[in-house]
Structure formats: structure tokens, C-alpha cells
Design a binder for this molecule. Structure first.
Ligand SMILES: [Zn+2]
Ligand SMILES: [Zn+2]
Length: 283
């Protein structure tokens, strides 16, 4: 069976109230599914970046929860949900990273396919400010006003200004937060919700492209979709001493339907690793 047959003319529901459809739909029009938007469910109750609501579970669990919620609400069997996270990059020191996941769930065929993207192009940042000038400097550094800001007193008084994209509202939020704060300081951070963060939107778009590529990747044995890399094997030899390095020597693909496996040797196209990455030549 071809992948196009599985999704053809079926209604897929994207659950978001943060306008992620603007980047997800144009990519997924390349599949044969009908794309529908479900923007009436408050996904913020599942967790927010401003920590007023804690996220439940891992990034994958959170996306799965949203997708299944969309299926439950609409009675459809195909749903798409996205979930992002921000923090230190796993391999690049001192770099903040944005990891985006776009997940597709098909309960009719028992399919779950995850599109991922990791990017260091993020403005994810927070600071403490004591006056309007500091607030404006910080906002400018973060790409304000095309990127939204969040301001609150630096204690948990409950006051919270989100989605700030104008100088006027920024001034008001800073003044009110400083007045309400016990030590005259306010906390400021970047608003990481997709519609207030064009940088993040780009990463979500790339994660959707990753999802699309996995949908298009078919098992050579049975034709099932979502034939993807399940294992990365290290040990690419150093070009100087032939000692195995941490460089990827092969990718293992596995079919989720028939378990067929395929090995791709030298996936980067290089048969040797540079000595810079060798623990023997460059300890
Ligand atoms: Zn297969
Ligand atoms: Zn070496």
C-alpha cells in the first residue's frame, strides 16, 4: 500500500490556538489528507512556557496528549499536535536551543510519526529589570516588537503580562510590575508562544518538513510509511590513525509494521572522521 492511500481524503485535525497552522499546513498539503484546524481548545491548560501551568510529562507525551485530545473532541482518527522545549543545547556548550516536535497520530492504523528539529536560532532569554530603560534594552536585544515579551513582578504576586508587542503596553506592564513588586524589580522574558515568536515558527516549520519526509519514507519490504532511523552507530574511523571516533558510521532504519531493517553505511557521505574529533589524535 502507498502512503497516499492511507491518508487520502481523511480529515486530519491540527490542535493549536497559537497559529501553528500558518507553518504546518503549507508543508502538509503535500500529503493527501484534508487539513482542519481545531483552535477552540485551550492548550495552555496542558502547560505553558511562562511556568504558570507546568507541562505534564515529556515533550513527546505532551504532544501525544494534545493529539489524542483532538481525536477525542472531533471524533476523527487522524490528528497533528506540536510541542516545543527550550534549554541548553545537548552538544554545543553555552548555546540555548529550541527543540520542536510535530507529531502525527493515526488511531485507525495505529501510526505515530514524530518530526523533530533542533535549532540554536532562538531568542529564549529572561532577565531582571529595575526601570523602563533596562526593559527596553532587553526587549530590543530579544527582537521586540516582532517577537513578544512577558513581564511580571519578580515575586509570585499573580500579576502577569503576556504577548506584549507594543512599546505602549510594554511601558504599562513594566510600570505596574515594578510597583507591585516588593523590591521594585520586575522579571522579563521572551514570549515563546509560536504566534509571538517568528524564530520559533521557523523551527516548527522545519520539524514539519522532517515529519513530511518520514511520512514519505516507505519501507522497502512492505511499503508502510514512517520508515525511519531508529539507531545511530558511532565509530567512524579517524582519517589519521583509523581509531574509531564518535562520528556516525551507520544509520539503522526499521519498519514499524514488519520490523524490516536496513543499514546505511557512512550516512554523511564521509568514510573517515577529521582528527579533530579523534580521542586518540586530539584527546
Ligand atoms: Zn515494512
Ligand atoms: Zn586519530
Amino acid at each position: 500500500m502507498e502512503q497516499s492511500d492511507i491518508f487520502k481524503n481523511r480529515n486530519a485535525v491540527l490542535i493549536t490556538k497559537h497559529k501553528k497552522d500558518e507553518v504546518i499546513f503549507p508543508v502538509l498539503t503535500q500529503t493527501a489528507m484534508n487539513l482542519n484546524l481545531l483552535d477552540t481548545i485551550d492548550t495552555d491548560t496542558f502547560g505553558t512556557f511562562t511556568r504558570d501551568v507546568d507541562r505534564k510529562g515529556t515533550q513527546l507525551e505532551a504532544a501525544r496528549y494534545k493529539a489524542l485530545k483532538a481525536i477525542e473532541e472531533t471524533g476523527e482518527s487522524l490528528a497533528i499536535a506540536s510541542e516545543g522545549s527550550f534549554g541548553p543545547h545537548p552538544t554545543i556548550f553555552f548555546a540555548p536551543a529550541n527543540v520542536e516536535l510535530v507529531l502525527l497520530i493515526d488511531t485507525l492504523n495505529n501510526i505515530e510519526i514524530a518530526g523533530w528539529e533542533i535549532s540554536t536560532d532562538t531568542n529564549f532569554c529572561h532577565t531582571e529589570i529595575s526601570d523602563l530603560e533596562e526593559a527596553k534594552d532587553f526587549a530590543k536585544k530579544c527582537g521586540f516588537p516582532s517577537h513578544g515579551m512577558v513581564v511580571r513582578p519578580n515575586d509570585n504576586s499573580g500579576l502577569l503580562f503576556k504577548g506584549i508587542t507594543s512599546e505602549e503596553i510594554l511601558e504599562e506592564a513594566v510600570a505596574k510590575s515594578i510597583t507591585a513588586s516588593q523590591n521594585g524589580k520586575a522579571l522579563m522574558e521572551t514570549d515563546m508562544r509560536a504566534m509571538y515568536n517568528p524564530k520559533r515558527m521557523k523551527v516548527i516549520e522545519k520539524a514539519t518538513i522532517n515529519l513530511l519526509n518520514k511520512i514519505k519514507s516507505l519501507c522497502p519490504a512492505c511499503g508502510w510509511l514512517g520508515f525511519e532511523i531508529t539507531e545511530w552507530i558511532n565509530g567512524l574511523p579517524c582519517e589519521n590513525c583509523f581509531f574509531p571516533t564518535k562520528g556516525t558510521a551507520k544509520h539503522i532504519y526499521q519498519c514499524k509494521k514488519c520490523n524490516h531493517q536496513k543499514e546505511i553505511q557512512y550516512p554523511s557521505g564521509q568514510k573517515f572522521s577529521e582528527p579533530t574529533f579523534c580521542d586518540f589524535c586530539n584527546p
